[in-house]
Write a protein that binds this ligand. Structure first.
Ligand code: KIV
Length: 293
């Protein structure tokens, strides 16, 4: 459990962390992951649409729906006491019309998130961000490698490598700041570009594959803990190998079941004496109980 004595992190509080403290953010997708991430002291917990890949097993994030996200957001929120919970708006939830985008963003807030995240910084996206902000919903921006654009980007690739692309990303970062976002995720961009953007804008940048100079960092829960090995980007640092530990624990359990070592007497319930059982069913049907080791 988080610390009930500690103040809840808010969107303005995250904004105020720029230059004062580095921001630690991680994704979570359900009650236990939210609870663990919160108890560990995360400033921000993102219910990321990466859940499409690491929890639902899709090859990318494009199949994730608003209903999927709301279901997982509600679960995470139930486990979090202190961190700011940000709901990641999935593909097609803010692409059709401004009105539909605001309504979808509102669903995250009604599910208990305190902010939403939106990918992209082109002018149409900025208008959508402004409308969501106008509905009193804090917005976190996200530029660079935006996984929902995987088909137009031609894959999960480093962004901002050439001067034109880098300049476009700087312009988008400034537009996102001016629109009123409280923070900005920079994904898979060169360290030097992320540093430049971080110095140029007044809101905190949170990097993933964007080097050390961002105001904060984010990693996917399953990547950090070694729970997902379908694809591990270069920028992931694995802090544990929980997946291997889980597999080994399940193997031990299965061998205990097959060898008759589980459950033992302390893990079982008893009715009393064999005489009590006989009184219930009569001698004929009493199955002799094996002696516990
Ligand atoms: O969906 C997600 O997990 C994300 C983070 C990688 C920033 O968008």
């Amino acid at each position: 459990m988080g610390n009930p004595a500690k103040k809840r992190v808010t969107a303005p509080a995250v904004r105020a962390m720029k230059g004062a403290q580095r921001i630690g953010m991680i994704t979570a997708y359900d009650f236990p992951s939210g609870k663990i991430a919160d108890a560990a002291g995360s400033d921000i917990i993102l219910v990321g649409d990466s859940l499409g890949m690491v929890v639902l097993g899709y090859p990318d994030t494009l199949s994730v729906t608003v209903d999927d996200m709301i279901h997982h957001t509600r679960a995470v929120v139930r486990g979090v006491t202190n961190a700011l919970v940000v709901g990641d708006m999935p593909y097609l939830s803010y692409h059709v019309s401004v009105e539909e985008s605001v309504r979808n963003a509102g669903r995250f807030i009604q599910a208990g998130a305190q902010a939403v995240k939106i990918e992209g910084g082109k002018p149409t996206r900025i208008r959508t961000i402004e409308a969501i902000l106008d509905a009193e919903i804090p917005v976190m921006g996200h530029i660079g490698l935006t996984p929902q654009s995987v088909n137009t980007l031609g894959g999960f690739k480093l962004q901002g490598k050439n001067v034109d692309d880098a300049r476009r990303l700087i312009d988008e970062a400034i537009a996102i700041e001016q629109a009123g976002c409280f923070s900005l995720v920079l994904e898979c961009v060169p360290t030097e570009l992320a540093q430049l953007i971080t110095e140029k804008i007044s809101i905190p940048t949170i990097g993933i594959g964007a080097g050390l100079h961002c105001d904060g960092q984010v990693l996917v829960f399953h990547d950090l803990l070694g729970l997902y090995d379908a694809h591990t980007p270069k920028f992931v640092r694995r802090y544990a190998t929980i997946g291997a530990e889980m597999k080994s624990a399940i193997e031990t359990y299965l061998s205990d079941v097959r060898e008759g070592r589980f459950p033992n007497d302390a893990e079982s319930f008893h009715m009393g004496t064999t005489e009590d059982v006989k009184r219930l069913y009569g001698d004929a049907v009493v199955v002799p109980m094996p002696k516990a080791n």
